[in-house]
Design a protein around this ligand. Sequence first.
Ligand code: NAD
Ligand code: 0WE
Length: 256
Amino acid sequence: MGLLDGKKAAIFGVANERSIAWGIAGAMKKEGAELAFTYGGANLESRVRPLAEQVGSRIIMPCDVTNDGEVDAFFDTLKSEWGSLDILVHSVAFAKKEELKGEFLNTSREGFFLAMDVSAYSLVSLLRRAAPLMEAKGGSVITLTYLGSERVIPNYNVMGVAKAALETSVRYLASDLGPRNIRVNAVSAGPIKTLAAMGISGFREILDLVEKKAPLRRNITLEDIAGATVYLASDLSRGVTGEILYVDSGFNIMGM
Ligand code: NAD
Ligand code: 0WE
């Protein structure tokens, strides 16, 4: 008996085998879920398709979250292939590289809008389309966030502002969709070495600090995040919505 037996999950944000979304997908598959995948650009198909096929997925589609046509096409396919949806995993974020260094003060209008569009508004846009597929049985939505939304993490800059918007969106969406028994939560993950962490100057120092200062004295793994996400997707968390669940070895509680 799996915790997600008979449930259908749409996964946004796999780029490669190190992606948080891929860790989550593996754990959901293990618990009995059926999976559909989207990828953020045509160049990612060759990476994502083999992974998706590895877990027996039949629905694998391009979906740049800033492209309403692609988003509509994906949900049209889900409606015709599955007819309903139980779980949506939103593991998507982007800011221009030049905005992730130096002073936040220098953020451009265009860079601010792009980070907000991809990393925060996309959750609203996806849920507006997912809700009609979820409301017959209820559903669970999980997004990924980071402590940089509430504390200043040097260089995280506009992404921190976008994650603050994302976390507040989680609360408003949870309020809107709760009456339809659709739950919306976020996992606030500690730093982990993925494609999105590559080339971030000082990332090693951030990992070292967690090892030194976090209560658990270690960095988190993909499996740590996946476990919490399976819980939020499953009926075990049926009374939980609008919540930010920290999977960060306890780092966020420390003051000194
Ligand atoms: P990743 O690079 O593997 O995943 C990011 C994904 O976003 C990629 O699959 C990319 O294709 C997708 N994406 C970017 N722009 C897109 C667009 N316009 N349309 C559709 N998809 C798009 O890195 P990750 O670390 O697995 O990141 C996943 C999530 O986890 C992000 O929201 C990130 O902010 C969050 N997070 C990461 C860490 C970390 O330290 N790695 C910590 C906390 C939270
Ligand atoms: O959310 C993230 C990373 C998101 C991200 C990463 C990139 C790198 C490549 C968004 N956009 C881009 N754009 C690119 O061109 N994290 C939580 C990981 C992360 O990123 C940081 C961090 C941490 C932690 C950036 C600066 C400081 C700390």
